[in-house]
Ligand binder design. Sequence first.
Ligand code: ZN
Length: 306
Amino acid sequence: MPVRAYHCEHADLPLPPHHPFPFEKYRETRRRLVEAGVLHADELRPAPAATREQLLRAHDLAFVDTFLAGELDADHQKRIGFPWCPELVARCLASAGGTVAAAWDALELGGAGHLAGGTHHAHRDRAAGYCVFHDLAVAAYELLAHGQVRSVLILDLDVHHGDGTATIFASEPRVYTASVHGAGNFPKEKPPSDLDLALPDGTEDEGYLQAVDQVLDQAFAEARPDFVFYQAGVDPLQGDRFGRLAVSHAGLEERDRRVFRRCRQRSLPVVWTMGGGYAKPVERTVRAHCGTWRAAAEELFGALVQ
Ligand SMILES: [Zn+2]
C-alpha cells in the first residue's frame, strides 16, 4: 500500500540569503522519496490550510489574529526566526493543515505522514524557534473535538525539548506528551511534559536507542493511547548544527522503526511529521528524513523499499 503524504510546496517561504533554516530540505526530501518509490504521485497531496476554528482549539484568539494580520510586536516576531510576510502566513496555515489532514487519513489508513510540520516550540499564546502554530496540537484537538479518539500520545524525538507541546497540554488529561531531547539544547526553559528524558551531549546510538526504548515502554503503558502523533525530528544526528548528540543515520532510522513497529503491533493509527534537521551539507539532513519515511513504509505498510 503506498504511503499517504501531505506537502507544503505550494506554500514555500522565501527566506533572505544565508538564513540558517535549510528550507530546501522539504522539497529535496519529497523528490528523493518519489524517486525511490516510497511516495507515489497519486498519494502525494498539497496540505490544505488550517482553518481559524481549528487553530483556536490550540491557540489564543489574540495571538492567532495578531499573527495573521502581521501585527505581532517586533520582539515576538524576532523570536519566530522568520520575517513576517503573507507567504509566512500561508506556510504556517498549510503546515498545521497538513497534519490535520494526515490525522483524518490515518484513522482510515492506519498511518499518514506530513513532509513539513512538527512545530513543537509554538505555545498557546506565542510563537518561538521557527514555530508559529503547533500543528500536532491543532490536529490532536481536531480528532478529540470530533470524538474520533479518546487518548492521544504525542511522541517527540526531535533533539530539542517539545516545550510548546508540554505547555499546551499541561492540564489536558486526554493527551500524553513525551519528549527525548538533548539536555543542553534550546529551549533553555523546559516545562515538564508527562514524560521527559534529557540526554547528555555527545550521546551515541546505543545510549540513544536505550533511552528511546525506555520512553516508548513507559509512554505506551501510561498513556494507553488510541492515536499517536510522532514528531520525527532528525537533529539528534551527529554533526547537526543545532543539536549536541552524535546519533548515526542508521541509529535514527532504527529509532523510527521502533516507533512504527510499536504502533503497528498495537494497531494504533499514527501520524508522523518532519521536525528539526540542520546538518550540513543539507544532503545529510535529507538522507535522515528519508529514513523516517522508509521506516514508515516498511514497518506500517510492509512495503519493500530499495
Ligand atoms: Zn529540533
